[in-house]
Design a protein around this ligand. Sequence first.
Ligand SMILES: C[S@@+](CC[C@H](N)C(=O)[O-])C[C@H]1O[C@@H](n2cnc3c(N)ncnc32)[C@H](O)[C@@H]1O
Length: 307
Amino acid sequence: MPYRNCLSIIRDAAGVPRSLWGYQPWPSPAFSTPRPGCVVCARHSRRRKLAWSGQRSSTGSSASCSPRTTTACSGATACCRSTRAWGFFDDPRFAAAYREIAGSHRYDQYASPHTVAWRLHILVWAARNGLALDGDFVECGVFKGDFAWVVAQATDFVRQPKTFYLYDTFDGFAPAYSTADDFADAPGFFDFADRIYRDPAIYPEVVRRFSDCANIRVIRGVVPDILSDVAPEQIAFLHIDLNSPAAEIAALEILFDRVVPGGVIVFDDYGWHLFRKQKEAEDAFMAARGYHILELPTGQGMVIKRP
Ligand SMILES: C[S@@+](CC[C@H](N)C(=O)[O-])C[C@H]1O[C@@H](n2cnc3c(N)ncnc32)[C@H](O)[C@@H]1O
């Protein structure tokens, strides 16, 4: 059984990697035993167990449950009572967008019962901050577009006088910038992640997903190379999520100076051991410019550009 905070690849009985790290020991006491004051119905705990073991819930992606409901479970809503306020779920735009992507991140094993919700909350906060600034939005590393989708929905981006640039190879890591050595502590991770990223169904699905959003551009290409062809001059919100130390630094070399004062840069996966090479490279990059990256409990890093 993996240990808390100990990174490993969990394999199923056939030896196929199913999840990236054992952040929670499984079965997790946090979920197998309801906490005092927390009612977890059998239906939802089963769904969660299915999702966490790398399988799809037979009920689709509706495994999320509102954290604030106190009584009976009714399908997609309701069952976990928490001492946390989870105030961001009171925002109907965020809650609706989150429900759409919940369950999709079965590789992301967080102690939180709402897996990536806190990460998304931070991302949405950073993006909303950018709405008041000059400049466009950028995400480097899109995958299925889940995070960008939640940001776009929560900010009502189609109505904003801005463009959201979404960059990805949609074909996995770029050999010129990434190798298995980027994850020296976790042999097998590179191939595991790359295989997932290379799914040919992803690109057309992302294009379809954003096809109604005229101001969201899905751009297929290698970062940083593609940035010399198409990139905004001013950036109000920058999300870096390539899982590639060299590509992320090369992107920052081009994009950092374009982030406007007050604009927020969010570094995904900055605080996980598995991605420590990213952290080291980003810390050095920012230190050279007089910045210190704020490490967040979600594993993200954050910098606010100064005037
Ligand atoms: C962690 S995933 C991004 C997750 C995404 N932000 C989401 O909402 O789920 C990393 C993505 O970066 C892409 N990628 C890795 N290296 C790249 C590079 N040098 N240029 C473009 N895309 C790259 C991969 O294809 C993969 O889709």
